[in-house]
Design a protein around this ligand. Structure first.
Ligand code: PLP
Length: 414
């Protein structure tokens, strides 16, 4: 008899933590004042908002005034990119991004092209990593902002952000933004160590609610607000602040940091165990072998479409995705895998299994049985349809081998 559903799509969103809900509920019930109001209800809300801001700042090694609360990762990123681009537009119009950015970055940059900005895309290697020297080489005296994600949402590859930050210090007037939405649950994020001016995070990847995020804005950074109205968030983001959600974000972040020393090695071990069962003839890991998020297992399955496998797995009680949740349902092949050099046919076999802090040993045991069986079944079915007795794309399979059990990866503090 099949067990309960296994959720291996934490990169899409993580379940809401009960502690976060507990922190939020009193504010929704009783602390509903407007933090801009001068009366007692307003002052109570303001004090909770101030506290949440302090807590988020402390985790990032920042000061409270450098934190802007937003409606999530996408808004933080849009404010960072568009705000920095317009603020620097008197100097130049060049934006440098990596070829594997989330669509929130890529599409925001593409939108700016319509207004005369120029977008330079830095290529990545077959593991999805940029070379810091190539990022620096893409900078001209017209460059206003550089954006490289801390860790990739599809293949989990961690970028050398501190090394890029160090190089960018030589280029005054060029702002450095990192999309740390996927990295925040797993990696220490100290804005000075990373050398970034702008950093985006989102609540729902951390066990917080959807619809809340934050943007770190280094003191003295000029940013043009992207929505106008009241003077909230020091004129950087108009609109009455959601105090309960700000508190939820702070709580989720604090819990992630406190539990990281235990959770990261445990999840990495589970991920490696699962990888050892999933990777086989015709199923190759994608992403960096060691510089990767501890929860991320991404593969390409030769000879079949990842979407078919994901759908069959769902019916078999295991929820995962083909890559980015945002691209699921579209027929577009992953731009991340394309940038890593995967031919279109191989990239169509993409499958992402992302673990989380709630993933159990038992779930991984069951997933280790379900995933290979389901892949084999889909393969046999499509081979039978095609009249091909083997059905395995022999070109796939040159990826790295899964890490040995016990090796913890992607925990180097970035
Ligand atoms: N950046 C990355 C790397 C992501 O994985 C996501 C979410 O999938 C986002 C940005 C967008 O964040 P949000 O869903 O909070 O708008």
């Amino acid at each position: 008899m099949p067990g309960p559903t296994i959720y291996l799509d934490h990169a899409a969103t993580a379940p809401l933590r009960p502690e976060v809900l507990d922190a939020m509920l009193p504010l929704l019930r009783d602390g509903w004042g407007n933090p801009s109001s001068a009366h007692a209800a307003g002052r109570r809300a303001r004090s909770a908002l101030d506290e949440a801001r302090e807590r988020v700042a402390a985790v990032l090694g920042a000061t409270a005034r450098e934190i802007v609360f937003t409606s999530g990762g996408t808004e933080s990123i849009n404010l960072a990119l568009k705000g920095a681009a317009w603020a620097g537009s008197a100097k130049g119009h060049r934006i440098v991004i990596s070829a594997v950015e989330h669509h929130a970055v890529e599409h925001a940059a593409r939108h700016l092209e319509r207004f005369g900005f120029e977008v330079a895309m830095v290529p990545v290697d077959r593991y999805g990593r940029v070379d810091p020297d190539e990022v620096e080489a893409a900078i001209t005296d017209r460059t206003v902002v550089v954006s490289v994600m801390t860790a990739n949402n599809e293949v989990g590859t961690i970028q050398p952000i501190a090394e890029i930050g160090e190089r960018l210090r030589r280029h005054r007037g060029v702002l450095f933004h990192t999309d740390a939405v996927q990295a925040a649950p797993w990696l220490a994020l100290d804005v000075d160590a990373l050398g970034v001016d702008l950093l985006s995070i989102a609540g729902h990847k951390l066990g917080g609610p959807k619809g809340v995020g934050a943007l770190y804005v280094r003191r003295g950074t000029n940013l043009v607000a992207q929505q106008h109205g009241g003077g909230q968030e020091r004129y950087r983001r108009a609109g009455t602040e959601d105090v309960a959600y700000a508190t939820a974000l702070a709580t989720a972040l604090d819990l992630a940091v406190a539990e990281r020393p235990v959770v990261v090695p445990r999840v990495a071990l589970l991920r490696d165990r699962l990888a050892s069962a999933v990777v086989a003839q015709g199923v190759a890991l994608t992403g960096h072998p060691t510089e990767r998020l501890p929860n991320s297992l991404s593969v390409v399955v030769g000879g079949v479409h990842g979407a078919e496998v994901a759908t069959a797995l769902d019916l078999d009680g295991l929820q995962c995705s083909t890559g980015s949740a945002c691209a699921t349902g579209s027929d577009e092949v992953s731009h991340v895998l394309a940038a890593m050099g995967f031919p279109e046919e191989e990239a169509r076999g993409a499958l992402r299994l992302s673990l989380g802090r709630t993933t159990t040993d038992d779930e991984v045991d069951r997933a280790m049985a379900i995933v290979p069986t389901t892949i084999a079944r889909i393969r046999d079915a499509s081979a039978a349809l095609a009249g091909d007795p083997i059905g395995v794309d022999s070109r796939t399979g040159d990826g790295y081998q899964p890490a040995a059990h016990g090796r913890s990866t992607g925990t180097d503090g970035r």
